[in-house]
Write a protein that binds this ligand. Structure first.
Ligand SMILES: [Fe+2]
Length: 347
């Protein structure tokens, strides 16, 4: 449906277009390379990326390929020289913020890698909530919770600044106000519009302050070696309350603000007690969205914890941006809490 709308608009403008629709969730570098071969064979003048984060990231790679020699893994390692071919991105989910980010993420057999460049911003981002109406409820939940993780991680990041903090807080407020309604009734346009704006704001936050170990924990168990294949948002959300528990002690004031923005009553509480309501609020949202709140509920074996904790440390940039030092012992405790689905104070 969305594809036809875009093609009609291109046709009406006299722009000839050809569709490549082999994008897949959590795209591999191999799939990205197939899109690149298609783009180069067609000798196109520009690229329109329509879809979720995966489709938009693949479109970024295709736009790079039209003006640069080489291949995806080479650009990831060594960068690329020339500005992209004209690129327009149009999200059909309210989730990734890829339409306003400088990154495209691909999976290799060993790990997930990011193509990052200030040239990866598209010329045009078209954010139209109507495009998200047909998203099924589960996708709305998975992508919407990812928005909240982008906003919270950008707020936690040591690269945060007053401008990104303001956008992050507004994004969190919008998610808290609209995600439940968008999940329960996909045609609620006020909710869809709120989530589209929340995603856009969180994308800008992420493009500047970036993410912390929330995303590294999600990547830890979607590494191909673990054989666990979860959608991006779901993978991050399932450990995220425990990421917040881990980080709250390093940023009491910020986590008290998160708790308040997510609807908790912090009046009369000590700063510490208010801060630790933030992960509680996040978990309540997960319950309302029917998302799993423990690793043991999603086929993770207890003996995988050591490997998962080690995988987090394979994302050094996420660890560096985290407000609390990331240690292997700390990650083991975090995954133990996530496995049981219980905060430290509950066990
Ligand atoms: Fe994400």
């Amino acid at each position: 449906m969305a594809q036809h709308k875009v093609q009609e608009a291109l046709d009406a403008s006299g722009i000839r277009s050809t569709v490549w629709d082999e994008a897949e969730a959590e795209p591999s570098a191999e799939v990205g390379q197939r899109a690149i071969a298609f783009a180069r064979a067609g000798r196109f003048d520009g690229v329109v990326g329509l879809g979720g984060g995966s489709a938009m990231d693949i479109a970024k790679g295709a736009a790079v390929s039209l003006t640069n020699e080489g291949d995806l893994l080479g650009w990831i390692k060594e960068g690329f020289k020339n500005p992209l071919a004209p690129l327009a991105l149009c999200p059909t989910t309210a989730g990734t913020g890829s339409e306003v980010s400088d990154t495209a993420v691909f999976a290799t057999p060993e790990l997930k890698v990011g193509l990052v460049s200030s040239m990866l911003y598209p010329n045009v981002a078209i954010v139209d909530p109507q495009m998200t109406v047909s998203m099924p409820a589960a996708v709305t939940a998975n992508t919407g919770i990812d928005v909240l993780c982008h906003a919270i991680e950008g707020y936690q990041s040591i690269q945060a600044n007053p401008l990104t903090d303001a956008l992050a807080i507004e994004s969190m407020r919008l998610v808290n106000q609209h995600l439940r309604a968008a999940y329960c009734n996909g045609t609620d346009m006020e909710a869809r519009e709120g989530m589209a704006l929340a995603s856009l704001l969180a994308g800008i936050v992420m493009g500047n302050a970036d993410t912390t170990i929330g995303h590294a924990c999600g990547y830890a168990f979607v590494y191909p070696a673990t054989k666990l294949h979860y959608p991006h948002g779901y993978a991050i959300a399932v450990t995220f309350p425990y990421v917040m528990e881990y980080n709250a002690v390093a940023q009491l004031e910020k986590h008290a603000t998160i708790a308040e923005v997510l609807g908790e009553n912090t009046e009369g509480l000590s700063l510490r007690d208010a801060a630790f309501l933030a992960p509680v609020a996040f978990k309540k949202l997960m319950v309302d969205l029917d998302l799993p709140t423990s690793l043991k509920a999603v086929d993770v074996e207890k003996d995988m914890i050591q490997m998962l904790a080690g995988n987090v440390l394979k994302s050094p940039n996420h660890c560096r941006r985290n407000p609390r030092e990331v240690t292997e012992d700390g990650m083991i405790t975090l995954f133990e809490h996530a496995y049981e689905g219980k905060f430290g104070w509950e066990s």
